[in-house]
Write a protein that binds this ligand. Structure first.
Ligand code: XIL
Length: 374
């Protein structure tokens, strides 16, 4: 591995001579990550669209700040980063009258110092674990509280966060609005309200609606398309749709992905692959092979799958509508899918030892191939 840290070392006895000002170690220098050479092409140089990954941060296990290998790999390959958890509601807004931006600021500052944009995730999401307790029993003006939630966070990061998932997963798999705290208290209007609040507080950030399972589920996709139509009709701002793309080797069919992306492109909005990963074990289908390790065959099937899905995205979504491609994690062992499956898997682009150096897998080269074919 190359990429020695080229920054000057300050020797402890160099007290008499102050370093010239251009070599002073400023707070910013301190977070600059040296560029490593992992022998693979840099994805961010191949891609003509934003290319991102998610990282743990703050006090989370294996925070990016505790794992130099994650920092090095992100800096080498990605130009966009998303907090896996720490920019969700509970973390940023722990009490009604208190926001806590410390951990998120550290991540955002780190990213920007290293020439990486931040995609914020997410102002509003139904998942129980990330809704602050106080919000569950709010006794007061719900809409005013939600406006304050979105506006305060958007304003805090204005100019430093390029784009946001304003609302995540608002529609049910069998159609209609998902029954959430936000729907129950704010009615369907909570969606446009959140987008309006975000735009007011940060007119520059691109605003996304993000969801999973829009492929092979026309009922759910129709809900998203109808929302976009309503937004267009009444002037509610929205810039893009995020398609999570937590897919399997054998699901959904490529034709469904192609068809759904085509319908989304017809909205004229940006379309972003927002959370891609591909486990090699499909725990929902007992008829598929169970891999106890990442065999050559499994890695090859995963490579083919990454390549075909991303090639489809690049074929269907015209360049000016590409919001980017982002992966939900960096190193296989850190994938959220391991805790969901309760078993090993290898869903991402990098393997190798936990402390690095991470090793680009065949799935990584699938991304190189898809981008290179462009
Ligand atoms: C996941 C994180 O990866 C986990 O660490 C956490 O325990 C649960 O949330 N869709 C999303 C993400 O939009 O926010 C989820 O992230 C994964 C599914």
């Amino acid at each position: 591995m190359g990429g020695d840290d080229a920054r000057p070392e300050l020797s402890s006895d160099a007290v008499e001579v102050a370093p010239p000002s251009d070599t002073e170690v400023s707070a910013e220098d301190d977070i600059l990550v040296p560029l490593i050479d992992d022998g693979a092409p840099r994805l961010r140089e191949l891609a003509e669209l934003p290319i991102g990954a998610t990282v743990a941060a703050g006090t989370e296990y294996r925070s990016v700040f505790d794992v130099p290998a994650t920092q090095q790999t992100v800096v080498r390959h990605f130009d966009t980063v998303t907090a896996e958890n720490i920019m969700k509601m509970r973390y940023l807004h722990p009490e009604q009258d208190r926001f806590d931006f410390e951990e998120a600021d550290r991540l955002v500052d780190w990213a920007r110092a290293n020439d990486i944009d931040v995609h914020g995730h997410t102002f509003i999401w139904h998942a129980d674990y990330q809704i602050p307790e106080w919000m569950l029993d709010l006794d007061g003006d719900w809409n005013a509280m939600m406006d304050d939630h979105v506006e305060t966070i958007a304003a805090h990061f204005a100019g430093r966060v390029a784009s946001w998932d304003v609302v995540n997963e608002a529609f049910a798999d069998d159609g209609g609005y998902r029954d959430t705290l936000f729907l129950r208290n704010g009615g369907p209007e909570y969606l446009p309200r959140a987008f309006l609040a975000a735009r007011r507080a940060d007119p520059e950030a691109e605003l996304y609606y993000n969801d999973y399972g829009l492929e092979c589920n026309q009922v759910k996709l129709d809900e998203v398309l109808a929302m976009v139509d309503r937004f267009a009709a009444d002037g509610t701002p929205i810039d893009g749709i995020g398609v999570q793309m937590h897919v399997q080797l054998d699901w959904p069919e490529l034709s469904c992905i192609e068809d759904a992306l085509g319908q989304l492109v017809a909205t004229g909005l940006k379309i972003r692959v927002s959370e891609m990963d591909v486990p090699v074990n499909n725990i929902y289908n007992p008829d598929t092979p169970a891999y106890g390790e990442l065999t050559t065959e499994a890695a090859e099937r995963q490579r083919v799958r990454y390549r075909e899905v991303l090639t489809t995205y690049l074929n269907v979504v015209p360049p000016d509508q590409r919001g980017g491609i982002a992966f939900w994690g960096v190193w296989d062992g850190d994938s959220w899918l391991l805790s969901i499956a309760g078993a090993d898997d290898w869903p991402l682009l990098f393997g190798g030892p936990a402390d690095g150096p991470y090793e680009p897998k065949p799935s990584f080269y699938a991304v190189v191939e898809a981008l290179g074919a462009e």
